[in-house]
Design a protein around this ligand. Structure first.
Ligand code: C5P
Length: 409
């Protein structure tokens, strides 16, 4: 028998792509009944959807007031699969909260059929902690949530949040209609402690260099690429943590699922770290500039032709790691990094005591300076030294996050 889907269309700019989705589904002989939310109706008309689906379009609970003809319970169950596309942040939140304040959410609550949500929204909305929570909740409730595509958005921003191409959505729908378990099993299990050992934990990470302005066009900085800190943020998010990544100026994409706060100077980084507390663990990977220009000139400092060099007085920056160790909101696990060229472990032990953190990840940079792909690290703690072989930065990140999860468990 021909398969049928119930297609709930949310109110986002991507709603126009629902039209193409319906066309492709009909071409494959799949029946489509559309439910248009109030927001969705701002972007596509019921007439378009009715013409493409060759079917009646439902918009309001009151469309169903003739319960003899078609009750909302019946409508929610006559399809083989319910597809929400585009699933907006608002729709995902209402689904996760079990609300039933319009026809779409009422049907979603009443259905006994599998549900596929295809999110599309602005990158910040997709990465927001509330949306992360809602998606995790929906997945653990058994809803299949497709990952959005990454790219240029209608709003001009760049990142994950774009609706996947209609062909990819059709492929996922067909896999689900065929009862292909793999389509469901491919979803990470947010609720499982084994698969997501940092689920429910907040991990705060700093990464990259800081830039300390001398005048409007010049700054003091160092060569940190941010790669190791970003890899750790990615690994923590994969392990299910809520991740706040406070990043200095770097040219790296934000790892999926990570909340990123961009800063320039050490003082901005210190303020962003404080604002992100409380956290269960903090991993301070940033190569913070020790000094800043004591006074930042309001205008560009000019050469005057006399051969005289301008004086550059420095002031010490706050030590973010040491400050966090003394804070009443000190995270349960506090990790610092140290880049050393000689006597790596001895320097790391001294730093552990000086900073008041739990571990120092000592980084031997003699052979491979900042910016490389490999890292040889020693984890120095009060109980001893754990030395790892030279590994790619993402492998170091995964191993470190596994060790963090062991402590926080
Ligand atoms: O003192 P040093 O810069 O070698 O210490 C490195 C560790 O301390 C790193 O974890 C770094 O992120 C942190 N740090 C900091 N604030 C500073 C300087 C370093 O958090 N001002």
């Amino acid at each position: 028998m021909a398969k049928r889907i119930l297609l709930v269309i949310g109110g986002g700019i991507a709603a126009y792509k629902a039209a193409e989705l319906i066309r492709l589904l009909r071409k494959d002989g799949i029946g489509v009944t559309c439910v248009l939310t109030e927001g969705g109706a701002q972007f596509v008309t019921p007439l378009t959807l009715a013409a493409l689906s060759e079917n009646r379009v439902y918009s309001h609970l009151f469309d169903l007031k003739d319960e003899v003809e078609m009750g909302h319970i019946q409508l929610s169950r006559q399809a083989d699969l319910v597809v929400v596309c585009p699933a907006t942040a608002d729709l995902l939140a209402r689904m996760a909260g079990g609300l039933a304040n319009d026809l779409a959410t009422t049907l979603l609550l009443a259905t006994d059929k599998p549900v596929l949500a295809v999110p599309a929204m602005n990158v910040r909305m997709w990465l927001h902690a509330a949306t992360r929570r809602n998606v995790a909740q929906l997945k653990s409730d058994g809803v299949t949530v497709m990952e959005p595509d990454e790219g240029e958005m209608a709003c001009g921003e760049y990142g994950p949040g774009r609706l996947p191409e209609p062909e990819a959505i059709v492929a996922r729908i067909k896999a689900m209609l065929a009862g292909d378990g793999a389509a469901l099993d491919a979803q990470p299990d947010f609720a499982s402690e084994n698969h997501r050992p940092l689920y429910g934990k907040h991990v705060l990470i700093t990464a990259g260099p800081t830039h300390e302005a001398i005048d409007p066009v010049r700054y003091i900085a160092n060569r940190s690429s941010g790669k190791q800190g970003f890899a750790i943020a990615a690994a923590a998010a994969e392990a299910g943590a809520r991740v706040t990544l406070v990043s200095g100026p770097v040219a790296l994409p934000t790892p999926p699922g990570v909340i990123r706060v961009d800063v320039e100077s050490a003082r901005e980084m210190a303020a962003a770290v404080e604002a992100a507390l409380p956290a269960d663990a903090a991993i301070m990977v940033a190569a913070v500039a020790d000094w800043r220009a004591a006074d930042c000139a309001a205008t560009k400092i000019k050469k005057d032709g006399s051969g005289q060099v301008p004086p550059l007085a420095l002031a010490e920056n706050p030590d973010i790691l040491a400050g966090l160790a003394q804070s009443p909101q000190r995270p349960r696990l506090l990790v610092g990094f140290a880049a050393e060229t000689n006597d790596v472990i001895d320097h790391a032990k001294a730093k552990l005591a000086r900073k008041g953190c739990d571990w120092i990840v000592a980084n031997d940079v003699a052979a491979d300076p900042m910016g490389g792909e490999l890292n040889r690290v020693h984890i120095v703690s009060a109980t001893g030294v754990d030395s790892w072989e030279r590994l790619p930065k993402d492998a170091v990140a995964k191993q470190l996050i596994a060790k963090v999860a062991d402590v926080l468990r």
